[in-house]
Design a binder for this molecule. Structure first.
Ligand code: ADP
Length: 479
């Protein structure tokens, strides 16, 4: 069932229940009140009559004039007045002609008469056997002093209460007419109201469906500042996020396939080279002493390159899959850097490069990190400095404190990096000069690995460089 129908039906059901309740309660109240009032009235009138009537109506030779007076009194009071002798014989009834009295049933066992025997007013409510309408009866014993006896008879008053029912029926009718008109009004109003609620919800539903089917650019118009407006906003935010996630995923996908392409391309060159040199050797060059050694050395160099490439690839994949676990601890930074400088000495000397460590901290200065991985980082930076600096240049490593950071710089007087390349050299396989990099045995993965490791430490790495003058790589680590 549609939300709108549900709302309208609920309103109508509530309204019908309300009307029925109002009708029931008002009917009960009205009848109760009128019955009590009428009964009190009849009782009071009968008591008064009982005081007035004795001695006049009970004479056996009661004249027509006396009967006429009683009829007038009854009419004035709006009562049916009956006088009944102690034995139950009806002596007078204001609604029955004198001649017919003899034919009337004996009234000794009427409930109100039986109840009046105690001396108080006896009452009853029932359908009158003679006129078939509902009556309230009140009877009281009266004494005829002349007869010298107390229980000489009863005066009884009866009031037709059919009009109470009629009045009640009229009130009910009015209540239901007004009620049904109200229901009509409620239906119209609730239809309008529920349309206002359900329309935007339907719009939201159709937009959500469109988003589900892939159209993440769809947005719901936010037309109100209420709960529906909030829902619309939430849907829009969700779509926005979904859109961003999808863009991100597509980007990742692209990067991934680009990377795969690069990897295959990078692997192909050394493999083909090794293959080529070996084939040439097998084809006979192996017996030619002027080239055989040279070819073997070249094949060996490419095999080494292949090995370096695979090692870097394994590192990258272990870092990215989270498989490379770091074990962090504090260790003295000067001693650490001195060790690397010592290790690099022989490599630097081969190119006649001056390698110096400029410490601005004391021996106790410590840095926080995985010593082995940071060793890999520093070796890589020194390696690059050696690779990209011409013979006779110099490489300087400095270390200093900067608030919570330990700042390590590796500077060289090498070829430098143009500003357009500086942001990209940390990307995988990005090389400023491919041939030069290959010549010096670079894989294009070194700085990508370095950046990964430094960032895993919560640190940063930046470069500043001038072409032809040299480069400075700055690493910040927690101390
Ligand atoms: P590679 O294995 O090619 O050296 P890296 O990721 O280590 O790869 O470096 C990426 C590129 O950044 C290098 O190819 C080179 O062009 C440039 N580069 C890195 N370090 C230096 C440096 N000290 N001086 C000049 N260029 C550098």
């Amino acid at each position: 069932m549609r939300l709108r129908t549900k709302i309208v039906l609920t309103y109508i059901a509530v309204a019908v229940f309300g009307i029925a309740l109002a009708s029931f309660v008002s009917s009960w109240q009205l009848k109760n009140y009128l019955n009590r009032r009428t009964m009190a009235q009849v009782t009071a009138e009968v008591q008064t009559l009982a005081d007035v009537v004795p001695g006049q109506a009970f004479w056996p030779d009661s004249t027509g004039a006396g009967a006429e007076r009683l009829r007038r009194i009854a009419k004035t009071l709006g009562l049916r007045l009956t006088l009944i002798r102690k034995d139950g014989t009806v002596l007078f009834d204001s609604t029955i002609p004198r001649d017919s009295l003899a034919a009337m049933e004996n009234h000794a066992h009427r409930p109100e008469i039986l109840r009046a025997q105690s001396g108080r007013v006896g009452t009853d409510r029932r359908l009158s056997a003679s006129v078939n309408e509902e009556f309230l009866y009140a009877a009281m014993r009266i004494a005829d002093e002349r007869a010298g006896e107390l229980d000489s008879g009863y005066v009884r008053g009866a009031l037709n209460i059919t009009e109470i029912e009629t009045l009640d029926a009229q009130v009910q009718t009015i209540i239901w007419i007004v009620g049904l008109l109200t229901i009509g009004l409620i239906t119209v109003v609730s239809l309008k109201l529920s349309t206002r609620i359900s329309e935007p919800i339907l719009r939201i539903a159709s937009t959500a469906k469109a988003i589900k089917e892939g159209d993440v650019r769809q947005r719901v118009p936010v037309t109100s500042a209420d709960e529906i407006g909030d829902l619309a906003k939430a849907i829009n935010e969700m779509a926005e996020k979904l859109g961003n996630d999808i863009t991100q995923l597509r980007k990742l996908e692209r990067v991934r396939s680009e990377f795969l392409g690069n990897v295959s391309h990078e692997l192909r060159t050394p493999i083909f080279s090794v293959q080529g040199f070996l084939e040439t050797l097998l084809d006979g060059a192996v017996d030619d002493p002027s080239v055989n050694r040279d070819f073997l050395e070249k094949a060996h160099k490419h095999a080494n390159r292949l090995n370096a490439l695979l090692n870097d690839l394994i590192d990258i994949s272990r870092i990215e899959s989270g498989e490379m676990k770091m074990s962090y601890r504090y260790f003295p930074v000067l001693e650490f850097l001195q060790q690397i400088v010592d290790e690099m000495k022989s490599v630097a000397e081969r190119k006649d490069l001056r390698l110096t460590l400029v410490p601005s901290v004391d021996e106790s200065e410590r840095v926080f990190g995985d010593r082995e991985r940071l060793h890999q980082v520093m070796t890589n930076l020194f390696d690059n400095a050696v690779k990209y600096t011409d013979i006779g240049g110099s490489i300087t490593c400095s270390v200093e404190r900067d608030g919570p950071w330990c700042v390590i710089r590796v500077s060289d007087t090498g070829c430098g990096i143009g500003p357009e390349h500086q942001a990209r050299i940390f990307e995988r396989f990005y090389r400023v000069d491919k041939d030069r990099s290959r010549d010096v045995g670079g894989t294009g993965l070194g700085l990508a690995i370095v950046k990964h490791i430094v960032e895993a430490h919560g640190g940063t790495i930046t470069v500043s460089s001038t072409v032809g003058t040299g480069s400075v790589f700055t690493v910040r680590l927690k101390r």
